[in-house]
Ligand binder design. Structure first.
Ligand SMILES: Nc1ncnc2c1ncn2[C@@H]1O[C@H](COP(=O)(O)OP(=O)(O)OP(=O)(O)O)[C@@H](O)[C@H]1O
Ligand SMILES: [Mg+2]
Length: 159
């Protein structure tokens, strides 16, 4: 177990800083051109570290998730205080719910892609406890679906 007290401070690039998503447990801010940081409303380095670790495991097993960077001390853009944040790749796109509102198109194909990622997750013994329209991002540039929000992902016990 890493010493979580000694987190490195992660530099941010003010030109890109803005809130890009809010859920019930946290808020995600863009920190620089290519990365975002997830802050929890009830700060917990341990929870963020678990999100990082399960995301890394998925990433290493070729699941379509943002490339994880780690848990760092980051200057919170609104609070102007240092908090821990899980830093990962910025996915340029829209969640299914946003996308649906704008385009009103048949999203069956995209949803199938997300389901495929979920199936791959099950094969590596991860249970996605929070699969939904807010937690899947469609990236039109890459024509790819990314799963996000690892707060409710669990490793299944292997019998
Ligand atoms: N890597 C990313 N790149 C771009 N946008 C992201 C990224 N990660 C998360 N988001 C956006 O931020 C939103 C909130 O992130 P996330 O779902 O991880 O937070 P949460 O508070 O845990 O949500 P929930 O309440 O669903 O558990 C997402 O719905 C998505 O719109
Ligand atoms: Mg979410």
């Amino acid at each position: 177990m890493k010493n979580l007290e000694k987190l490195k401070e992660f530099p941010i690039d003010e030109r890109f800083v803005k809130s890009i998503g809010k859920g019930s447990f946290g808020e995600v801010y863009r920190l620089n051109e290519n990365q975002v940081g997830k802050f929890l409303f009830c700060p917990s380095k341990e929870k963020l570290q678990s999100e990082y670790e399960i995301c890394m495991f998925a990433y290493e097993n070729s699941i379509s998730v943002p490339k994880p960077e780690g848990v760092f001390n980051v200057l919170h853009p609104k609070e102007k205080q240092i908090y821990s944040a899980f830093v990962m790749e910025y996915i340029s796109g829209e969640t299914f719910s946003e996308f649906y509102q704008t385009w009103k198109i048949d999203m069956t194909e995209m949803w199938d892609l997300a389901e495929k990622e979920n199936e791959k997750l099950r094969k590596i013994n991860i249970f996605n406890g929070d699969f939904g329209a807010e937690n899947a991002i469609w990236c039109p540039e890459k024509k790819k679906i990314y799963l996000v929000d690892f707060g409710h992902w669990k490793f299944n016990d292997i019998a």
